[in-house]
Design a binder for this molecule. Structure first.
Ligand SMILES: Nc1ncnc2c1ncn2[C@@H]1O[C@H](COP(=O)(O)OP(=O)(O)OP(=O)(O)O)[C@@H](O)[C@H]1O
Length: 293
């Protein structure tokens, strides 16, 4: 668990930007940091990512693989986005071909416009932002830190970003992001911290502990008619866990993806036995069952 204890930050002899900040981030958390302009959100995120050192206090438990998307991604570079991602992947221990394939896949999902072989400096702000996101996800991160990641992205990339966040959390990683818009925070975060006057307070929020809201979906073959088609549930976005229980399949799904997963199930002729809210880790009845693909 990443833990900030009594963290304070000032630049030079200036004012205290952060004061006495206590914060905990665990794997699977999706947390938002909200606050006005200049309230210290980027400063806090840089400290969480290990890019800036607190003036006072301590940060412990930082995981090894951290993906970071800065608020401004400046890449005045002649190399193409794909070469850039390949180089970064190699720095992070991937083979050149694995980095290239992964980079290509991420840019494809984000629908990069302007060409993955075009020089980085020729990309628009939104497309450069897509490259920034891709570099943070080259190696699946234990902690993904996103500074205003939605800014500049078009509507279709918004959905893909939400999928990325869900996937990192589903794989046990933690996500911390900032955004100015409450609607974004409400939709995508399991919990929020509010920054004001240098201090951080947990936001009452809908959920506890930063976990994304979950539903449990139980599926079975229809009582009559054509048998269902097998689905790779563990590879379906939003499915955090899947297990077989007798003739049934029990899925734990991030609430945000529940409609899409339900639609996939129905399209493959699965019949819905039950759909219940907020099944937590301990209460996941299928958890003890045999994992299914
Ligand atoms: N490297 C730096 N050197 C000096 N002051 C800095 C530095 N980085 C940030 N600051 C100052 O710290 C304060 C908090 O800045 P920060 O960028 O963390 O806020 P923010 O909440 O992310 O703002 P915004 O919403 O406008 O992006 C600001 O007053 C800023 O000027």
């Amino acid at each position: 668990m990443l833990r900030c204890e009594a963290v304070g930050k000032r630049y030079g002899g200036g004012r205290w930007v952060l004061r006495d900040v206590d914060m905990e981030v665990s794997g699977g958390d999706v947390l938002a940091v909200v606050g006005g302009n200049g309230s210290g959100k980027s400063t806090l995120l840089r400290i969480l990512a290990g890019l800036s050192r607190p003036t006072t206090g301590s940060v412990s438990g930082r995981p090894p693989r951290i993906g970071y998307v800065p608020d401004r991604f400046t890449a005045p570079d002649r190399i193409s986005s794909l070469s850039y991602l390949t180089h970064l992947g190699r720095i992070r221990g991937m083979s050149a071909s694995a980095a290239r394939t992964r980079g290509d896949h991420l840019l494809e999902r984000l629908s990069l416009v302007g060409g993955r072989n075009a020089a980085l400096r020729t990309l628009s702000k939104g497309n450069a932002q897509k490259v920034a996101l891709a570099q943070a996800l080259l190696v699946p991160p234990d902690l993904l830190v996103l500074d205003e990641p939605w800014s500049g992205l078009d509507a279709s990339a918004h959905g893909v970003l939400a999928e990325f966040i869900g996937e990192v959390a589903a794989q046990g990683g933690a996500v911390v992001f900032t955004d100015h818009r409450e609607a974004i925070t409400e939709t995508h975060a399991g919990g929020a911290y509010v920054l004001g006057d240098g201090r951080v307070t947990p936001h009452g929020g809908r959920h506890t502990g930063g976990r994304l809201p979950m539903v449990e979906l139980v599926l079975a073959a229809p009582p009559a008619g054509t048998p269902p088609i097998e689905v790779d549930w563990s590879g379906t976005p939003g499915v955090v866990d899947s297990a077989r229980r007798g003739g049934e399949i029990v899925l734990r799904v991030a609430r945000e993806h529940a409609d899409a997963v339900l639609l996939t199930a129905l399209r493959h002729r699965w019949s819905v036995v039950s759909l219940t809210g907020a099944a937590d880790e301990a209460g996941f009845r299928g958890g003890a069952g045999r994992a299914v693909r």
